[in-house]
Write a protein that binds this ligand. Sequence first.
Ligand SMILES: Nc1ncnc2c1ncn2[C@@H]1O[C@H](COP(=O)(O)OP(=O)(O)OP(=O)(O)O)[C@@H](O)[C@H]1O
Length: 320
Amino acid sequence: MNQGLLQVKNLKKYFPINKGLFSKTVGAVKAVDGISFSILEGETFGLVGESGCGKSTTGRMILRLIEPTDGQVIYKGKYIQDLPKDSMKKLRREIQIIFQDPYSSLDPRFTIADTIGEVLEIHNMYTRKERTDRILHLLEAVGLGPQHINRYPHEFSGGQRQRIGIARALALNPSLLVCDEPVSALDVSVQAQIINLMQDLQKELKLTYLFISHDLSVVHHICDRIAVMYMGKIVETADKKTLFENPSHPYTQALLSAIPVPNPGLATQRIVLEGDIPSPAHPPTGCRFHTRCKFVTEKCKKVEPQLKDIGGSHLMACHL
Ligand SMILES: Nc1ncnc2c1ncn2[C@@H]1O[C@H](COP(=O)(O)OP(=O)(O)OP(=O)(O)O)[C@@H](O)[C@H]1O
């Protein structure tokens, strides 16, 4: 039985809002506000939603780049917030990140050999001679060649730079990759190449992906299961087929209605979301989506809906 590789339980991140000469805390941005999900070994789990809904903050807490305000992240049965420093260093090998913009995460003064070599060196992996072999092997795995090893980031195209970002993330043999909008900065044709590469690598190296994206077409390509986030909360979770064929939350329905459909016969009417996204510093009462929902009732304005199983592990948080 495939146990969850990673579990997130009631995870929260509130960023304090400080004002005035003495930086007094006057409120908080509720970036992530009590979310729970688990990721199974070998799957691609998508986290989708509009800009600012808390996707990247969730990813950063899983990597322990920032500490949660509350809740737990459990990796292979271990509570990562409780891990001592040396165990945390080992865990950092197992959970790696691929960024949206590899250019800003690659040091322009470093060649590719330096960039990947540094990661191996920090973790005391391989001897100096073995490191070069490892880097060549990684470059080959991501579709680059030995001729690239001594080149600098500016000598590569966007797609090639993302390949380098992937090679660097794979250098320590991780199990879980947090992929934070990994193809959003690329042209559509290059996006497809990178997605295909990621899928091939996943099979070959038995990787598990948390795939963060605002783009449902991309998520449709790569994800097995998907959680839809709105203002720090998960509003719906389902396997890909269920979510795309039977979206149940009005927010998911609106997001899906906005993506181009390959077969116009299947096209649904576009649902236009009313109004702007409210500020996460002052989230609406009751259901956070009620200010933009065309099915809103009095109950939605007062009572916060809980995420409930509506059948076949399809979870949804809506009063309707
Ligand atoms: N360090 C921080 N301090 C204060 N507020 C923050 C910080 N980081 C993120 N936020 C706020 O938290 C909310 C969630 O941000 P987050 O980056 O997680 O969203 P996102 O869904 O990943 O969106 P995007 O794709 O635009 O990055 C936003 O309102 C953002 O402004």
